[in-house]
Design a protein around this ligand. Structure first.
Ligand SMILES: [Zn+2]
Ligand SMILES: [Zn+2]
Length: 446
């Protein structure tokens, strides 16, 4: 558990005869809903396999197991530890010895110890037919035994927990927490995960799924960009790389990170529920000055954000005519509006405006970034911010400021990744649907 922003974990491993849930770190309701989205009823689960007792892996178990008598497979220490999570009454335990093998229906399960700060954490390798799947999340470093066990798998689910630089510069985690995460009993960084995968080459491995990303200290793009070039250098450009991400940020979904349906026999990844697979294809994004012809697209993206209610203080939709004057008040040389071109469509835009009218604030500029619903998670917002940071000084700017609703977590994450820090909080200054909203001020000098 990295903190309140960390998501929980649950995964489904399926063959045509068998359904195994790995960990239950989301609410029981969400587990059931998401299983249904994979076409599996909870009654059909043949077993629930635990990696370790941390809350982001077991928090939904109590309710789930009260409703469904699913056999829980884990080692004795983990069983002991999670009995405290209200599972004292649970009858159906299948205790295994760490390092041992057992079968659930047609799936051979191998367990092995992993170094992590839990009582007896394990990783798994699954074999069905001639296919294999490795599953390692929450580990500080790869042991020799673990690498040997994973040599036989075709697919590897591995944690890429954090980007080392982002973690080190994260202003919200105290130093002891950072040390714990980076320690040999903490979590794998993107770079560490890349080196684990490299050790499995050439081997049987065909694809990797990156998971357990820290929400504050990582992004799918960073994780993928840490792994892909290394694979290419190792002559494995063909290796498929996926990243499991959470799509929506709200308090009930925050606990839930990863639900993946893996069909070992067919070797298919399936999109499911709130989550989707982001494939790694790099998108070409070109940032340019907006022209008036772009105004309809700019307005459309803006209106979608207004409808979502979380990303703009504007409450009513705007019109192209209504925004023309606003548009003409900007110019490429002073307070420009930029658009991000992708595949000949506009994926997002950024506008600058005066922060405060006094001379002393001349170099301080407020910026707004909007990304089209359709082009989320393709690096559009990041690219726009990077451009602002790079070109700001030429435009006479020394400080960039973004005003963001306190509940707009995706935008806050975006600004943080671009090196912005929280400079201020104005509590309850906005009203959205009668509810008071905080306004946060994110800024950085350029
Ligand atoms: Zn975890
Ligand atoms: Zn853990």
């Amino acid at each position: 558990m990295l903190g309140s922003g960390s998501a929980g974990n649950s995964a489904l491993v399926s063959t045509s005869h068998c359904h195994i849930l790995i960990d239950g770190g989301l609410s029981a309701r969400q587990i059931v809903v998401r299983l249904e989205q994979c076409g599996v009823a909870p009654e059909q689960l043949d077993g629930l396999l635990l990696t370790h007792e941390h809350g982001d892996h077991v928090c939904g178990l109590e309710v789930l197991c009260r409703k469904f008598a699913i056999p829980i497979y884990c080692n004795s220490q983990t069983a002991e530890a999670i009995r405290c999570f209200g599972l004292g009454e649970h009858k159906n335990w299948r205790i295994f010895r760490t390092g041992g093998e057992f079968t659930i229906c047609d799936v051979l399960v191998q367990s092995f110890p992993v170094p992590h700060d839990a009582v007896e954490p394990v990783g798994y390798a699954f074999h069905a037919g001639n296919r294999g799947l490795g599953f390692i999340t929450d580990l500080g470093f790869p042991t020799k035994m673990l690498i040997e066990r994973l040599r036989e798998v075709h697919t590897l689910v591995i944690e890429t927990n954090h980007d080392e630089k982002l973690l080190q510069s994260d202003p919200h985690r105290p130093w002891p927490v950072k040390q714990r995460i980076m320690s040999r009993h903490g979590h794998l960084s993107n770079a560490a995960a890349a080196s684990v995968i490299e050790q499995l080459l050439p081997g049987k491995i065909e694809r990797v799924v990156l998971g357990h990303l820290s929400r504050d200290c990582n992004t799918p793009e960073l994780a993928i960009s840490a792994v892909r070039p290394q694979m290419e250098r190792a002559g494995r450009a063909d290796l498929e790389i996926f990243c499991a991400i959470t799509r929506r940020f709200s308090t009930d979904v925050r606990k839930c990170a990863l639900l993946l349906q893996w069909s070992m026999t067919a070797g298919l990844l399936k999109e499911s529920g709130e989550h989707r697979w982001s494939q790694t294809a790099a998108t070409k994004i070109r940032i340019r000055d907006a022209t008036e012809a772009d105004l309809p697209a700019i307005v459309e993206i803006h209106n979608a954000a207004i409808a979502s209610g979380s990303s703009t203080a504007q409450l009513d939709p705007v019109t192209v005519e209504g925004r023309r004057e606003w548009f003409r008040a900007h110019s490429p040389a002073q307070y420009p509006i930029w658009v991000a071109d992708l595949d000949s469509a506009i994926g997002g835009w950024l506008s600058f405006r005066e922060f405060l009218p006094r001379c002393a604030y001349r170099g301080t500029v407020e910026l707004s970034v909007y990304v089209s619903e359709q082009f989320r998670r393709r690096g559009v917002g990041r690219k726009l911010l990077q451009e602002a940071i790079a070109r700001g000084p030429q435009l006479g700017m020394h400080s960039l400021v973004g005003l963001i609703f306190g509940h707009n977590e995706p935008s806050i994450a975006l600004f943080r990744v671009a090196g912005f820090e929280r400079w201020g909080l104005l509590p309850g200054v906005a009203r959205v649907n009668q509810s008071p909203r905080n306004l946060t001020i994110f800024g950085r000098h350029v």
